[in-house]
Write a protein that binds this ligand. Structure first.
Ligand code: NAD
Length: 495
């Protein structure tokens, strides 16, 4: 690969450098991550990991760029133009980026082409449109005195993101942060550090000024530097609840702004009048996309006892029929898990399920035909009660637990009997009845009959699923500080 890209061939695989304030730069340290293809295809690339000094440098560049006003003082329409241009550039690279993303994450190529790469492009365009032509000043009067309420960019943002949305998770932070006028340092996961770099390249080519954006894959040592640096005004985190708790504590020490998008254990509540076949068909993408490694995966299915055997049989048959295999194959529905560590985690939960008294209706093993990758068969657990750990904890794999309920009040109680509160779904032929159940579920998002969430609506969780919202206007607000400037007796237009 060309020198310009910052990826060099070394020992037959590429060595990726850091994206430092708008250009490729070699790390000052010597830590390197092997990025392994989860489909059993060996080492895909090697990625330099930022040292603590690299991270300090990126924060200094971000701080200097923010304080200079080089980006935040541009008109919103100018910022929007840069975001749109970057979106166009990413779109031109979509086929290449989808293949790279599939190679590092293991999700089916069709999913990368339809969702994991196009969604971030949409986020850039959405936030460009949201700020273009918008006034960041709101004049408010109490009848006597007038103040300007100014939406100011929050400052320097540190974004810490997980491996399961290699491009989408960083872009959901970078797009609104840049639209608001912030500077930002992204620390993606070292497991999937490759595709995200295209975001830096596209924005730099589109005219983002130097220093405003750095992308530094890193381990915990450098991650902690970003987290605790006094020049970072806000941390935007997506990842596990366990890490989120630690992040929130670290932010509390210096009152840094923090938003957290964390784990989930979402329930699909099937009401007694639901169309079972339609439910089963629609649930599959909601539970098995990206091999169940999505925070919003529907991991628990709650059915009325009268429908339990019908749903179990139909769901088990549908799950057993899912094509597991090479994620580059267009017929594949379920690819491998991201890493050996993740497979150990999922298999540990399957053992635990049996030890807790659950049964496996289908799946539970490694598929014989799929080859060397980190595959686990899509699995349906039955004989599950909600107090079992497999019903309470996030497995983050291709595993769905079936639970029976006696009446709708119990269904709502079971759905809410979770430390998490991210998403869920309600299934019924009566949409009004489903909506009234949805209103009782304490999660940030609920789908009726598998309907996709309208674009531009908030994404985030109640309880231990996080604090704050991404997407929509709410996603922009979390990169804004409110300032009131008191003008006294004044009417807009008076000068
Ligand atoms: P994780 O919490 O292990 O890691 C997330 C990020 O935090 C990684 O970049 C990691 O390197 C970093 N990190 C870990 N310790 C750190 C430290 N001490 N200092 C600084 N950074 C640190 O999560 P993961 O395993 O990468 O991702 C899976 C989790 O993410 C799941 O729980 C999933 O539900 C959650 N997730 C949530 C959403 C959402 O929007 N709610 C979206 C995707 C994933």
């Amino acid at each position: 690969m060309a020198e310009r890209s910052g990826r060099h061939h070394e020992q037959d695989v590429e060595l990726q450098q850091l994206w430092m304030g708008g250009h490729w730069e070699a790390s000052s340290g010597d830590r390197v991550a092997d990025v392994v293809n989860p489909a059993g295809l060996g080492t895909l690339a090697r990625a330099q990991l930022a040292s603590p000094d690299d991270m300090r440098k990126a924060v200094a560049l971000a701080r200097a760029s923010f304080d200079s006003g080089i980006w935040r003082d541009q008109e919103p329409s100018q910022r929007a133009a840069v975001l749109r241009d970057a979106a166009d550039r990413l779109e031109k690279r979509l086929p290449e980026l989808a293949r790279l993303l599939t190679s590092e994450l293991g999700c089916p190529l069709w999913f990368a082409e339809k969702a994991h790469v196009p969604n971030p492009i949409r986020h850039l365009r959405y936030y460009a449109d949201l700020v273009d032509g918008r006034s960041f000043d709101d004049y408010r009067s109490d009848g006597v005195n007038t103040s300007i309420v100014v939406d100011e960019p929050v400052g320097v943002v540190g974004a810490i993101t997980p491996w399961n949305g290699p491009l989408s998770s960083p872009t959901l932070k970078v797009a609104p942060a840049l639209a608001a006028g912030c500077s930002i340092v992204v620390k993606p996961s070292s497991e999937t550090p490759l595709t995200v770099m295209a975001l830096g390249e596209a924005l730099a080519e589109a005219g983002l000024p130097p220093g405003v954006l750095s992308i530094l894959p890193a381990g915990r040592d450098a991650g902690e530097v970003l987290l605790r640096h006094p020049d970072v005004d806000k941390i935007a985190f997506t990842g596990s609840t366990e890490t989120g708790v630690m992040i929130m504590k670290a932010c509390a020490e210096r009152m840094a702004r923090v938003t957290l998008e964390l784990g989930g254990k979402s329930a699909a509540v099937v009401l007694p009048d639901a169309d079972v076949d339609a439910f089963v068909a629609a649930l599959l993408p909601m539970s098995f996309s990206v091999c169940g490694q999505l925070c919003i995966s529907q991991a628990r299915v709650l059915v009325p006892r009268s429908l339990e055997s019908d749903v179990r049989d139909a769901l088990a048959a549908a799950i057993a029929a899912l094509a597991v295999g090479d994620p580059m194959d267009p017929d594949t529905y379920v690819g491998p898990l991201v890493s050996e560590k993740q497979r150990e985690r999922v298999e540990g939960y399957l053992e635990l399920a049996l030890a807790e008294g659950a049964s496996i209706a289908t799946g539970g093993g490694r598929p014989g035909s799929a080859g060397e990758g980190w595959y686990v068969e899509p699995t349906l657990l039955t004989d599950v009660t909600n107090s079992m750990r497999v019903a309470q904890e996030e497995i983050f794999g291709p595993v769905v637990a079936l639970l029976a309920y006696d009446d709708v009040d119990e269904a709502v109680r079971l759905a809410n009997d979770s430390p998490y509160g991210l998403s869920g779904s309600v299934w019924s032929v009566d949409r009004d009845a489903a909506v009234s159940v949805a209103r009782r579920i304490r999660t940030g998002m609920v789908s009726i009959n598998g309907a996709p969430q309208a674009y531009g609506t908030p994404f985030g969780g109640y309880k231990q699923s996080g604090i704050g919202r991404e997407m929509g206007p709410e996603g922009l607000q979390s990169y804004v500080e409110k300032k009131s400037i008191a003008l006294g007796q004044f009417r807009p237009g008076e000068g």
